[in-house]
Design a protein around this ligand. Structure first.
Ligand code: C2O
Ligand code: CU
Length: 503
């Protein structure tokens, strides 16, 4: 796809281009936060723990009084919450009842390439699977735009597939979402995303807040038309041709309604104790600068990042979250008087997107949780392999990595299995850069040291316009084909993705 007709982003690299809702919006903090309940597994056997998910269209109430058509894993928005333990593989049986091809990626999972959700490993819908001519089916699925792909049908499956995730990795906050080439943005916007919390013995035994005091918060923006349907700057309602771009998409799709766990500007009643909040920015393109606004201010004690526990807690007054990043934080509500409210605000925007949710401190309670001074040990990576450069930039009308749009058939980089490489990543505009197949450590920003949010194991890192970072990465889980891409999903769909072949 090209950016034909798209505006060049502003000097910040981002033209906010917020989509405006026409539906009647609820008063902020009037709807209770949906508490995610873990999906019950079908069974557990020698292969692992089995779950089933049917991807289908559904109508759900997101805004009070409206039925919004969505694409949902099990027909829910967001998809089911998976609560799993490291060391036991997770097998997810997926059935595609949507009218479009899909492919699911477990973000942050260290998964073999066959099950990692490579953008062309499509699961066809029934209508395309039924077509007698596979070439026609592929072209209906929008796969005709990949001239360099020798065997476009090699990885296609029809209607159903099982994804096997080994989960042989540290505890962390993961999430899953659609990764269909050229269409991830619109398919995730319509609802194809969900949370997966991976636990392990090390994390379980820490005295951090647990149970009802551990709350996942998936933050995502959307916009709604006068009928309460999702607005997306994508003109092709069939989603079976190539995307046709609207100029507001240059910055990515950003809405004026902030949803947390699928509810607009919700509130949560809390006791005056510590809570562990697992924050995920599940937005397509919106970044947040979160602050706690309560009597006497507020702070977040960060205990984990994308790749699990930090070595030691870090205190922040503001959290900058680019799309796909996770921050595992403890907030101590005993600092606020019972009866007070604490608002989670977004200072990166004004108006509707300027507020996220509210905590109402309603009661006293005993608290035996604490944040230990040492949380975990993190191996420090030492570079002993290749040094590479990646440049994320808008070239003319295409979003590129090293001057090239995504090409599934030709790897841009071939990292050596087991070697620690140094990647210098430069970005011309603002881009959240994400790698599949390995976690990394940021080793520097430009000529300076680490940024405030660069600590621990990461899989997504934000580059501000015109900036450069170095990172150390060791692909030591599996060999084969992965991707690296911008996690602004509209940039990704417009080509800002590279094939990586671990050799
Ligand atoms: Cu969250 Cu390649 O994606
Ligand atoms: Cu980008």
């Amino acid at each position: 796809p090209t950016l034909a007709g798209c505006a060049k982003p502003g000097n910040d690299g981002i033209n906010p281009g917020t989509l405006s809702s026409k539906a009647k919006l609820p008063k902020p903090f009037s709807i209770p936060l949906p508490i995610l309940k873990p999906l019950a597994p079908d069974s557990t056997d020698a292969q692992g723990v089995h779950y089933s998910m049917t991807l289908k269209q559904a109508e759900v109430e997101i805004l009070p009084g409206y039925r919004t058509k969505i694409f949902g894993y099990n027909g829910t928005f967001p998809g089911p919450y998976l609560d799993v333990h490291a060391g036991t593989p997770m097998v997810v049986h997926q059935t595609n009842q949507l009218p479009v091809p899909i492919v699911t990626h477990l973000h942050g999972g260290l998964t073999p390439p066959s099950d990692d959700g490579f953008p062309t490993d499509l699961v066809f819908p029934q209508a395309l699977a039924d077509m007698a001519d596979p070439g026609m089916a592929a072209s209906m699925a929008g796969m005709d735009g990949m001239p360099s792909m020798k065997d476009p049908l090699a990885h296609l499956t029809a209607v159903q597939r099982d994804y096997v995730f080994p989960l042989n990795q540290r505890a962390s906050t993961l999430w899953y979402h659609d990764h269909r080439m050229d269409f991830s943005g619109v398919q995730v916007w319509r609802g194809l995303f969900g949370l997966c919390v991976l636990r392990d013995a090390e994390d379980d035994k820490l005295p951090l807040p647990k149970g009802e005091r551990e709350i996942p918060l998936m933050i995502a923006d959307r916009a709604f038309d006068a009928d309460g349907q999702l607005i997306y700057p994508e003109k092709d309602p069939t989603l079976l041709g190539k995307p046709s771009m609207d100029k507001s998409i240059a910055a990515g799709a950003q809405g004026d309604v902030i949803l947390v766990n699928g509810a607009p500007w919700p509130y949560l009643e809390v006791a005056a104790v510590k809570y562990r909040l697992r924050l995920l920015n599940a937005s397509n393109a919106r970044r947040y600068e979160l602050k706690l606004d309560g009597p006497g201010g507020g702070e977040f004690v960060q205990v984990g990042s994308d790749g699990g526990l930090l070595a030691a807690p870090l205190t922040h007054s503001t959290l900058h979250m680019s799309p796909a990043e996770r921050f595992d934080v403890v907030v101590d509500f005993s600092k606020y008087p019972v009866g007070s409210t604490v608002t989670l605000k977004n200072s990166a925007a004004s108006g509707g997107p300027g507020q996220v949710m509210q905590f109402k401190v309603t009661s006293h309670a005993a608290d035996d949780s604490s944040v230990p001074a040492t949380l975990s040990t993190i191996e420090k990576l030492t570079v002993n392999g290749a040094k590479r450069r990646l440049v994320f930039a808008l070239d003319g009308d295409q979003w590129h990595v090293n001057g090239k749009a995504f090409d599934p058939a030709h790897p841009l980089v071939k990292p050596e299995f087991g070697k620690t490489e140094q990647w210098t990543v430069t970005s011309v505009e603002r881009h959240p850069v994400h790698l599949h197949g390995a976690h990394f450590q940021v080793t520097g920003r430009g000529s300076g040291g680490l940024g405030e949010y660069d600590h621990g194991w990461k899989d997504t890192v934000e580059l501000s316009p015109g900036s450069e970072i170095t990172l150390a990465v060791r692909f030591d889980s599996y060999r084969g084909r992965y991707v690296a891409h911008c996690h602004n999903l509209e940039h990704e769909d417009m080509g800002m993705m590279a094939t990586i072949q671990v050799v």
